[in-house]
Write a protein that binds this ligand. Structure first.
Ligand code: NAG
Ligand code: NAG
Ligand code: NAG
Ligand code: NAG
Ligand code: ZN
Length: 652
């Protein structure tokens, strides 16, 4: 952004450059001296062509593996991934030989920047390889974990997370059984990963510093192109907190009915009884907390069966959703090569996903579709990803991506919000009771809130924790994790933690080196996008009853926003999306969506002793006892100022 447009003579230029590096805070990036625009454009053209080929090969190999799990296919996939890594490393070297931040053409500058600020390419070959090896090891360790069943002595310890443990966590209502799996999981992934993670932090920080960033968290935040992203996220969390606390309080009162005095009436909740290993979404316990158990459910599975639905028909229906809005149909390759059903002749990864093969033609979905409501929604969700791919396919390769992290998911979820309404399901002939009754509406909003409102604090803290570790070092990582969990989620470990535990590793994205703040933003953005599209479609009435089906106006606005890809800074895209109302990410649309539920919860919670949770010394002692040491009864907060004073004096 601070492009120097003058072209001073070389010697003078060098002097200025040295001066800039010594003094200016924003001369931060690692870059070279080549300011030749023609060469930069030439390089970008080659990068686009070669990059598309490399991407196509790696996607094909990944597809072949994901739809046909064999050792041969795994090996081919790893080979192609290595080729891609090499290509990216070579492209990065070339890019940082340019004085890219001073290249005059804004599109070229933006593309060069995307290459320059990504990855750990500033490390030496040794350390670069060590880093990638380390991440792969951590992922494998995580993926290989198998647990022993509860109270079955002598039984084989072969429960995997995906197929068994996740289901038990959401379905079991036995406090001790849930505790067994929670504890076993954290024991299996935490301690073995801890030392590797410490080394990972060291290498990630080295790479970031060599590229000109303060630390690896600073580098992760660069993609937001916004110095205030942390503050923006903190504001969003504060805005959501009152709703979250009301939801939390209501859920706690229902859990007390179930688990008795194991739940404290004004306290935080133990992490293992919310229907999910990380207590991140709570829809697993919907049956315990639904406000009106007798009300009609929004479930069209039976109607789909009666009408003889096939998976192909579901996909055609999803396509018609988009074409009804004037958006793009799926291309022929999509119908030819997608996987709609679980094949019987080979092993396949069944998680639904949408694929872009980087050749402007080939797009696919892989889904082991079942004929039920959930997969009807998920088909629309995945196809919205493909719609986004199709919309930005004519951008340069580097701009063929989401407008900001989390936007892809936000678009797909906004479509999901529209499809999963009685209004839409009625219009496609699957639901006859366009129920406007209060009880079904509140039940419905409760379900969505357990998925999305409950999730926000968790989605917030993962990168907050990670960025603090990158910034402050690896001491007391597990304590820091629980401090955040308690502060934002009101969640406690069900049993005492010790220094050898490493609970953050229980979440895949931590050892797998995958960012998380994007999930947080995707929740907020989906409501912001949904509300904008509903406004332009002429919807009136409660936001949660809006259906975008057949709205050409909504289709046009959405196409315009999606077709920009990442070619434009995201505040401009938000401004366009909201038709000039704002250029910021904000929570107000989400709060409006949940307003009817919010009113209901406030009334219900009137008899509760506390909205939210009160924390006492025993709570914090579950995860902070070792560094409290001999401090007796002093709570953590009383010690902090003392520690701070000492640190400040030393650093002066
Ligand atoms: C699965 O992959 C193997 C190679 O490992 C290949 O021989 C086989 O034909 C593939 N099966 C299908 C159905 O594509
Ligand atoms: C809904 O009602 C219409 C007529 O009122 C009927 O033709 C249709 O089969 C019904 N659909 C379902 C899913 O019950
Ligand atoms: C509509 O809902 C009411 C009450 O829930 C029920 O009695 C009625 O049978 C339903 N009608 C249809 C067509 O599903
Ligand atoms: C957003 O809009 C405000 C005024 O509406 C403006 O001052 C600000 O610079 C804009 N921010 C960005 C990042 O474009
Ligand atoms: Zn998705």
């Amino acid at each position: 952004m601070n492009a120097l447009r003058l072209q001073p003579p070389p010697l003078l230029f060098l002097l200025i450059l040295v001066g800039l590096m010594a003094h200016r805070a924003d001369a931060r990036y690692l870059e070279g001296l080549n300011m030749n625009l023609g060469e930069a454009l030439q390089f970008l053209r080659e990068h686009d062509r070669e990059g598309s080929t490399v991407c196509n090969k790696v996607m094909t190999a990944q597809w072949n593996f994901a739809t046909n799990i064999t050792d041969v296919n795994r090996r081919k996939m790893l080979e192609e991934q290595t080729v891609k890594l090499k290509f990216e490393r070579a492209s990065w070297r070339k890019t940082v030989s340019f004085a890219w931040s001073r290249i005059a053409d804004p599109y070229a500058r933006r593309q060069l920047k995307m290459i320059a600020v990504k990855g750990r390419n500033s490390l030496t070959d040794d350390k670069f390889n060590e880093m990638h090896h380390l991440i792969m090891e951590m992922k494998e360790l995580y993926n290989r974990v198998k647990l022993c069943p509860y109270r079955k002595i002598g039984a084989a310890c072969d429960l995997t997370f995906e197929t068994d443990v996740a289901k038990i966590m959401s379905q079991s209502r036995d406090y001790d059984e849930l505790l067994h799996y929670w504890q076993a999981w954290h024991e299996a992934v935490g301690p073995p990963l801890k030392n590797k993670y410490v080394r990972y932090v060291q290498l990630a920080n080295q790479a970031a510093k060599l590229s000109g960033f303060a630390d690896a968290g600073d580098q992760m935040r660069e993609i937001y192109e916004d110095d205030y992203v942390q503050q923006n996220m903190a504001e969003i969390v504060s805005a959501i907190m009152p709703l979250y606390k009301h939801l939390f309080t209501f859920v706690r009162s229902r859990l007390m009915e179930r688990y008795g005095d194991r739940i404290r009436a004004d306290g935080p909740l133990p992490a293992h009884v919310l229907g999910n290993m990380w207590a991140q979404n709570w829809d697993g316990i919907f049956d315990l907390v639904q406000p009106f158990p007798g009300a009609k459910k929004l479930d069209v599975t039976l109607d789909m069966m009666i009408q003889g639905f096939t998976s192909l028909r579901i996909f055609q229906m999803a396509e018609e959703f988009f074409t009804s809005m004037g958006m793009k149909p799926m291309p022929p390759e999509f119908w030819r090569s997608s996987v709609f059903e679980k094949p019987i002749d080979r092993d396949i990864k069944c998680s639904a996903s949408a694929w872009d093969f980087c050749n402007k033609m080939d797009y696919r979905i892989k889904q082991c579709t079942k004929i039920n409501t959930e997969d009807l929604i998920s088909t629309h969700h995945e196809m919205a990803h493909v719609q986004y791919y199709l919309q930005y396919k004519d951008q340069p390769l580097l701009f063929q991506s989401e407008a900001l992290p989390g936007f892809h998911e936000a678009v797909s979820n906004a479509i999901g919000l529209s499809v999963f309404t009685p209004q839409h399901l009625h219009r496609i002939g699957l639901y006859n009771n366009s129920t406007d009754d209060y009880e079904s509406n509140i039940n419905f909003l409760m379900l969505v809130a357990l998925q999305k409102v409950a999730y926000l604090p968790f989605a917030y803290i993962v990168d907050q924790w990670r960025w603090r570790v990158f910034n402050n070092g690896v001491a007391d990582m597990t304590t820091r994790w629980w401090e955040l969990r308690l502060q934002y989620q009101g969640i406690l470990p069900p049993i005492s933690r010790t220094e050898r535990d490493f609970d953050p590793a229980s979440k895949y994205h931590v050892p797998a080196d995958l960012p998380y703040a994007n999930y947080f933003l995707s929740v907020i953005l989906q409501f912001q996008l949904f509300e904008s599209l509903c406004d332009i479609s002429g919807h009136t009435g409660d936001l949660h009853t809006c259906d975008l089906y057949r709205s050409r106006e909504a289709g046009r606005l959405l196409s315009d926003v999606l077709s920009m890809g990442s070619s434009t800074p995201w505040p401009d895209i938000i401004r366009q999306m909201t038709r000039g109302q704002t250029n910021r990410i904000d929570a107000s649309a989400m709060l409006r969506y949940f307003q009817p539920l919010s009113r209901y919860l406030k009334r219900q919670n009137q008899i509760e002793p506390v909205i939210g949770w009160l924390t006492n010394h025993e709570d914090t002692a579950l995860f902070a006892h070792w560094y409290l040491g001999n401090a007796g009864n002093l709570p953590t907060m009383a010690i902090l100022p003392i520690v701070l004073i000492v640190l400040i004096c030393l650093s002066l």
